[in-house]
Design a protein around this ligand. Structure first.
Ligand SMILES: Cc1ncc(COP(=O)(O)O)c(C=O)c1O
Length: 391
């Protein structure tokens, strides 16, 4: 009898042959307020987390989580539209709306679901979705789910986007972009994108997963950095599992946008609400991120320190001023080899390979956090210089 394949497409053996099989490692934290971890039994410093402000283990955040779990239990027990929407969710949505300067915000259980829900709720078969070539997978998948016509413009190329928008025949146009690109750390050209959208009547949605909490004079992200208003960027996606050290995501925008998502976003309607204790912990994290603005200054100072030392050591830096600092190595094998050698030196930096990044651009994706010590960054650069200099 013929055996049915587990899946069509590349087999596990194909992935092995191309150096593309992904591997999980089991991580245990060391001291909670540092980036020290133990990975598969080996002590090392973590340079991969998105906990940019070091809030995931902040005592106030942890206490808020415990107190809310005692009060509300662990699970939300139902979806938001049934009985899952609780006072902590409601309060967090209002605080996120105020923080981002928008009429309303709506919580999603993950950033992946927020993007899927947003794009599939706003675009239909009659729409056209335009996305930056390096957008996060969840924006791409949202476009696919919507069944709209999909176009990708070359990374950051607003002129190419304008040409696409100008040749659009009819229907609604939706333009999607990361604010800070997750694997490259560079910023989208948001002012030019907003002008292009205004000229062509297109709706602009920005996923600022890696900008919120980190950039902008007061940590309000890429839109604050560029001085853009809610009218210029009508939909803003933020994630809670990165700079805020918690879990979940939100979309912020006009009251009508949020009401539309409540009615139409299937990843909002057909799923259990976030645990209320997660919402409570996120409220605490948001307050701490505002009160302890030194955390943002610290991670940006560490970023500058890394870049100065790396430049002096002759390392190939990318054009990024954010805590995401990729080192492009080209082949998947080169990136995996460098990652393995770094781990031997007590530094963990994951190798990022296709399909997460385009073929030929495999890299080490370094991220910095306020939880790092100066000595961690110095050790990282020394380890990188040693590993990348070796034949
Ligand atoms: C730009 C971007 N958007 C969305 C997501 C998804 O967020 P989440 O991890 O909350 O699903 C990520 C990363 O995970 C991201 O980098």
């Amino acid at each position: 009898m013929p055996v049915a394949p587990i899946a069509f497409g590349p087999t596990l053996a194909d992935l092995d042959a191309r150096g593309l099989r992904r591997q999980r490692r089991t991580m245990r934290r060391g001291e909670l307020d540092t980036a020290d971890i133990v990975l598969d039994g080996r002590a090392c410093v973590d340079f991969c987390s998105n906990d940019y402000l070091g809030l995931a283990s902040h005592p106030q955040v942890v206490e808020a989580f415990i107190a809310a779990a005692r009060l509300h239990g662990v699970g939300a027990r139902a979806s938001h539209l049934i009985t899952g929407h609780q006072s902590e969710h409601e309060a967090l949505e209002q605080e996120l709306a105020a923080w981002t300067g928008r009429e309303r915000a709506i919580l999603f259980s993950t950033g992946y679901m927020a993007n899927l829900g947003l794009v599939a709720a706003l675009a239909t078969r009659e729409s056209t979705v335009y996305g930056d070539g390096l957008n996060h997978a969840s924006l791409i998948d949202g476009g696919r789910l919507s069944r709209a016509a999909l176009h990708h413009y070359p990374h950051g190329d607003v002129v190419a986007l304008e040409a696409q928008l100008a040749s659009q025949e009819s229907g609604r146009a939706l333009v999607l972009t990361d604010g800070v690109f997750s694997m490259d750390g560079d910023l989208a050209p948001l002012p030019a994108l907003a002008r292009a959208c205004a000229r062509h009547g297109a709706f602009l949605a920005v996923d600022d997963a890696h900008g919120l909490g980190v950039i902008g004079d007061t940590g309000r992200g890429s839109l604050e950095h560029f001085g853009l208003s809610a009218a210029e960027v009508p939909a803003l996606v933020g994630t809670l599992g990165k700079a805020l050290g918690s879990f979940g995501a939100f979309v912020a925008g006009s009251a009508d946008l949020v009401e539309t998502l409540i009615q139409r976003a299937r990843t909002y309607i057909y799923t259990t609400a976030l645990p209320p204790a997660v919402a409570a912990a996120t409220r605490a994290a948001l307050a701490v991120s505002i009160d302890e603005s030194w955390r943002r200054e610290r991670v940006l100072a560490l970023t500058r320190r890394f870049r100065e030392l790396a430049r002096a050591a002759g390392l190939p830096l990318a054009d990024s001023e954010t805590p995401i600092q990729p080192i492009l190595l080209g082949t998947a094998e080169a990136a995996v080899h460098a990652s393995r050698k770094l781990l031997e030196r007590g530094v963990f930096v994951a190798a990022i390979r296709p399909p997460t990044v385009p073929a030929g651009t495999s890299r080490l994706r370094i991220t910095l956090s306020a939880a790092h010590r100066d000595a961690d960054v110095d050790g990282l650069v020394a380890a990188l210089a040693g590993v990348l200099a070796a034949p």
